[in-house]
Design a protein around this ligand. Structure first.
Ligand SMILES: *[C@@H]1O[C@H](CO)[C@@H](O)[C@H](O)[C@H]1NC(C)=O
Ligand SMILES: *[C@@H]1O[C@H](CO)[C@@H](O)[C@H](O)[C@H]1NC(C)=O
Length: 296
């Protein structure tokens, strides 16, 4: 028995080290970290009980159907810095119930028409989805239909021009939505329908010229709203719950209405003295908080 006790850990370690694929490290810990990955076939040979997988750099362009089917213990998956443009149907779905809570696909080249309708299906435990810095031009409601537990959705730095009405209405648990640094031009009434728990919304650094007056009405719990660096001339209705509001670098049209709204929101607005009129011409570059007497 003395021999058995002393040898078995060595055997265990040896098999585990053996099972770590080329260019990967940390097997058999809960985290497997791989660089220069050229193929995802057979899950790249990564042990199927792994809880966290990070894949960085390499040349695969597509995640084939059910690539991660055997990885039902996987909680965190990050795939970034690939020329990856396409997700097949059920790319991440598992044979048993999926444990995946965080999926990070940032810094790839995902293209809207090559992300299949059911590519994210089966991820009913997913809490956080990051798609930052890809080439998405539009978002489709069907991508999100299984993500009923999603709390955080980050789609900043893409080329999205428009968010269709009720796009997010399956995401009843969503608390944080970041769509900064895209090319959105306007926001219609029902865009945020169903996001009753949303606390943070980042629409900064787009080219938004107009937001429907009622667009933010469904957001009863909204606390932080970022609208800076857009082309807004008018302000939509802002919910009472909002505590932090960033409005700088827009093209504010200084009507009496706007001046009143800004005054009313003064305590919520971060740095309200940095808000300037863009029009009418005679008020250009005047501080909004400084002109009440001039126009009202
Ligand atoms: C990726 O790189 C590997 C190794 O350099 C090469 O064998 C393979 O053909 C490449 N695959 C693609 C899709 O370019
Ligand atoms: C992906 O699934 C959708 C249904 O969810 C189906 O309409 C579509 O044809 C599938 N795509 C492929 C390439 O199989």
């Amino acid at each position: 028995t003395v021999i058995m006790v002393s040898i078995s850990p060595i055997i265990a370690l040896f098999t585990a080290v053996q099972s770590c694929p080329a260019n990967c490290k940390f097997c058999p810990t809960d985290l497997v970290d791989c660089e220069q990955v050229f193929s995802l076939q057979e899950g790249h040979g990564i042990p199927v009980m792994t809880k966290k997988i990070l894949l960085r750099k390499g040349n695969f362009t597509i995640i084939p159907e059910r690539t991660f089917r055997a990885f039902s213990k996987l909680q965190v998956l990050s795939i970034s810095d690939f020329p990856l443009y396409s997700l097949a149907n059920q790319s991440f779905a598992t044979d048993e119930v999926s444990s995946l809570e965080m999926l990070d696909l940032s810094n790839n080249q995902l293209t809207s028409c090559w992300v299949e309708a059911s590519s994210l299906s089966g991820l009913q435990n997913l809490k956080e989805l990051t798609l930052t810095n890809n080439a998405l031009t539009s978002l489709k409601k069907c991508w999100f239909s299984d993500l009923v537990k999603l709390e955080k959705l980050i789609i900043s730095i893409n080329k999205i021009t428009y968010l269709p009405p009720r796009l997010f209405d399956n995401l009843a648990q969503l608390t944080q939505l970041q769509v900064a640094s895209n090319q959105i031009r306007y926001i219609s009434t029902d865009t945020f329908y169903g996001l009753y728990l949303l606390r943070e919304l980042d629409l900064s650094e787009n080219t938004i010229i107009f937001i429907n007056k009622d667009a933010f009405n469904p957001l009863h719990k909204l606390e932080k709203l970022y609208l800076f660096k857009n082309k807004l001339a008018m302000l939509p209705d802002i919910s009472q719950s909002t505590k932090v509001l960033q409005l700088n670098d827009n093209l504010w049209m200084c009507t009496c209405d706007l001046v009143h709204s800004i005054r009313k929101l003064k305590d919520q607005i971060e740095n309200p003295d940095a808000l300037f009129c863009d029009s009418p011409e005679e008020l250009q570059e005047r501080q909004i908080l400084d002109i009440e007497g001039d126009i009202c």
